[in-house]
Design a protein around this ligand. Structure first.
Ligand code: NA7
Length: 543
């Protein structure tokens, strides 16, 4: 075993979010040394950075957590149905303390580059602090929504007020009292923060390019009785999540929207709307994502709800989306639509009246200027591949990952990429990733990777890499599944078109967590079908 402080180790992990923390725990249990590099000053990943007002999870708290420790499940008490960012961050900090993980993490350190030495069969990771760490394995636990996207508006440097991005929110409280504030963007971060900012600011301008569907969260406190019952039933609830499509315990829909009567459809939608949550409408029928007529029924229902919640019919129209529901991330909210009934909130359509530039005191639109004290960019992320592309990763023959992915991300099972031996992705492209409960997908991926490393150790394998054939077949399978749905049609971060100049590519495994888990398990049962092992290079680090 090499020493963790010597510049060599067994595994370098990048990112101390949900994935990185569990990885450290499992790797240590297996007897491997690991170093984790984290850009932030603390653990938490997404929940460390996204401190904007109103930030909370859109998966129920008791499902958006780890299951690996019975003690942890028993001792952590969730206070709300949908946990807030501070509560989830406290949970992850607790996990890091409880399992003594912090001392394996180097904070305030960015992995800038990683290159594979073909002869030694090792990765060398270079950090922004000038350190070079060599390891047999590299695991990228960098998250799907980590690298922020901030449109490059002219004049921002001249702005004399304050500006923020929801994805890199300050740690100290931000007080908008008495201020005129502009929020740009109406995705999930905008929809969560707008009601909160409206309550505090003197005036709020919402600059909307595309309206989005949002379901009522129906958030509430979790009672002590409910929490006890959840703990008792946790194992079966978790199995239900693991075998489901989205990683949640909701029973799957059984009927097609196009086969039932209008009254039956309405009853189902009413039931979902009353229950609330991200799948309020999408969980109602089986044909939601495969049939535009079925999707259209749910859209009509959602638009009707918006009209009933927003007093001004013109504003309700502006807030009514027209894309296939769910093909762009559906949001959940607390009083989002009702916020537009406030006197201090103005909705501006920046598709019809685009942002021209930022002035020292406001935002110049094509038609008119709005004077503001603060600007909030709720403009999202370079999603799915952004954080990976941000590291100069070079595999065999010094080929950059950016070159391997020049025509879109390619991976086998979302876990490994041809040409990049011993490099693993956690919830990478072509896995269920952002279309699933990340806590479920993360635990599955971490378990798969760590079990794979154990298998390699037990069998004397030095490197693992997918075959071209396996990766090509997997890509075909993922694409075929997606093309049978409405998903690839939308303009959204799911297909990368939220980034200027990005080719449309849908790289999410659509068949769900359960079928995906079976695929991964079957690959292992078939002797790691589609992967090649190499036993020839054994120098470098030792395990
Ligand atoms: P999203 O969902 O990507 O939303 C970003 C929003 O910002 C969206 O409404 C965009 O409009 C808008 N946007 C982006 N660029 C511009 C410009 N240049 N001008 C005006 N408006 C713009 O990011 P979120 O942070 O809200 O959510 C990301 C995920 O994080 C979320 O789904 C959860 O899973 C957690 P557009 O729709 O592109 O017209």
């Amino acid at each position: 075993m090499t020493s963790a402080s010597s510049g060599t180790t067994d595994v370098v992990v990048v990112g101390a979010g949900f994935s990185g923390l569990y990885l450290l725990h499992r790797l240590r249990q297996m007897g491997l040394h690991a170093r984790l590099l984290e850009k932030g000053s603390g653990v938490g990943g997404t929940w460390y950075w996204n401190r904007y007002p109103g930030a909370r999870c859109d998966i129920e708290s008791f499902d958006y957590c780890y299951s690996f420790s019975d003690e942890l499940v028993r001792e952590w008490v969730w206070s709300e149905r949908y946990a807030t960012q501070p509560e989830i961050l406290r949970y992850l900090e607790h996990v890091a303390d409880r399992f003594d993980l912090n001392r394996l993490i180097t904070f305030d350190t960015t992995a800038e580059a990683a290159s594979f030495d073909q002869n030694a069969g090792t990765w060398t990771v270079t950090t922004d602090t000038g350190e070079q760490i060599t390891a047999r394995y590299l695991v990228l636990a960098t998250g799907n929504l980590s690298l922020t996207n901030r449109p490059d508006f002219d004049g921002l440097d001249s702005f004399t007020g304050q500006w923020f991005h929801t994805g890199t929110w300050p740690h100290e409280p931000v007080d908008f009292t008495g201020q005129s504030v502009a929020v740009i963007g109406t995705g999930s971060s905008g929809i969560q923060s707008i009601p909160k900012i409206a309550q505090q600011a003197e005036h709020l301008y919402v600059l909307q390019r595309t309206p989005n569907y949002s379901m009522p969260a129906r958030n509430r406190a979790v009672t002590a009785e409910e929490m006890s019952s959840i703990v008792v039933n946790f194992p079966s609830r978790r199995r239900a999540c693991e075998n489901s499509d989205a990683g949640t315990p909701l029973p799957p829909a059984t009927q097609r929207a196009v086969e039932v009567t209008a009254e039956q459809r309405r009853a189902k939608y009413d039931e979902g709307w009353e229950r609330g949550g991200i799948s309020a409408l999408s969980g109602a029928f089986t044909d939601m994502f495969g049939d535009e007529v079925a999707n259209g029924y749910a859209q009509d229902y959602a638009r009707e709800q918006i009209r009933s919640l927003v007093t001004d019919p013109q504003i309700a129209d502006m807030l009514s989306p027209s894309h296939d529901i769910g093909t762009k991330r559906t949001c959940t909210d607390i009083d989002y639509y009702q916020t537009y009934n406030r006197d201090n909130v103005d909705l501006i359509n920046v598709r019809a009246n685009p942002i021209s530039h930022i002035t020292p005191t406001g935002i110049a639109l094509h038609d008119g200027v709005i004077e503001v004290d603060s600007i909030v960019f709720a403009t999202g992320f370079d999603a799915i591949t952004g954080a990976l592309a941000d590291i100069d990763i070079r595999g065999r023959a010094d080929v950059p990952l950016s070159a391997a992915w020049a025509n879109g991300a390619r991976a086998y099972l979302g876990l490994q990429v041809v040409g990049f031996p011993n490099m693993f992705l956690i919830t990478g492209p072509t896995s269920p990733s952002v279309l699933s409960n990340m806590a479920i997908s993360i635990e599955q991926h971490v378990d798969w990777v760590v079990d794979c490393l154990a298998y390699m150790r037990d069998n004397g394998h030095a490197t693992i890499e997918p075959t071209n054939t396996a990766q090509d077949e997997w890509m075909r399978h993922v694409t075929e599944l997606a093309n049978a749905t409405l998903y690839p049609r939308a303009h959204s971060w799911y297909v990368g078109t939220n980034m200027d100049g990005r080719e449309r590519a849908f790289t999410i495994y659509i068949a769900g967590c359960g079928p995906y888990r079976e695929e991964c398990d079957q690959v292992v049962a078939d002797g790691y079908r589609g992967f090649e092992f190499d036993a020839t290079s054994t120098e470098g680090t030792s395990a």
